[in-house]
Design a protein around this ligand. Structure first.
Ligand code: ADP
Length: 190
């Protein structure tokens, strides 16, 4: 099972990925987590992306695609993969199709979590104030930048997927459990 979770920052992709990992044993491929880990470990990738992450811009497609290519082959034997934070551009979306094809896989489920912008800002500022892990990009200015970039660069892939695949839209403003339940129904009926 290859599942994409689409949605803006704060839409609940991470929370729902956790639910799917627990319930179905799939692995979560979160490009944000992978990049933050690289920064924390000061790897060569980490050094390249550190400043980009801090200002909320997108890391170059080529680097992201290379990372995903590695992850995809590492997770070949898993029962499923959740793509969280990837793809974020049309080029990444097309590359994912290519990568899956080369690994004899296909895209099985595409889910969009939709949440109003004012709620996203509230959620992320709350998350930042409660979390013990400081995310440099959770400041209000960088968050606004991330939302702008989402609207300009990532929203178009929602149109792309709606016209090429079946895109399942879920109201991400429902309770966490209600959203999980909808996801469960989609996975079980796939
Ligand atoms: P968010 O909570 O904003 O959805 P993520 O944790 O998914 O953020 O990603 C954090 C940062 O990592 C992004 O702002 C961006 O700099 C970088 N990043 C993550 N995924 C990608 C991607 N697919 N393409 C380019 N940059 C990415």
């Amino acid at each position: 099972m290859n599942l994409i979770l689409l949605g803006p920052p704060g839409s609940g992709k991470g929370t729902q990925s956790e639910f799917i990992v627990k319930k179905y044993g799939y692995c979560q491929l979160s490009t944000g987590d992978i990049l933050r880990q690289a920064v924390a470990n000061n790897t060569s990738t980490g050094i390249i992306v550190k400043d980009i992450l801090a200002i909320g811009k997108l890391v170059g497609d080529e680097l992201i695609i290379k990372i995903m290519e590695e992850k995809l082959s590492e997770t070949q034997s898993m029962p499923g993969r959740i793509f969280d934070g990837f793809p974020r551009t049309i080029l990444q979306a097309k590359s994912l199709e290519d990568l899956l094809h080369r690994n004899q896989m296909k895209l099985d489920l595409i889910i969009e979590l939709s949440v109003d912008e004012n709620i996203l800002i509230d959620r992320i500022t709350k998350r930042a104030s409660e979390s013990s892990v400081i995310r440099e990009d959770d400041s209000i200015q960088v968050l606004k930048k991330r939302l702008d970039i989402y609207n300009v660069e990532t929203k178009p892939i929602i149109d792309y997927y709606s016209s090429h695949y079946q895109l399942h839209k879920i109201d991400g403003m429902m309770t966490v459990d209600a959203v999980s339940k909808k996801i469960e129904v989609l996975i079980d009926s796939n």
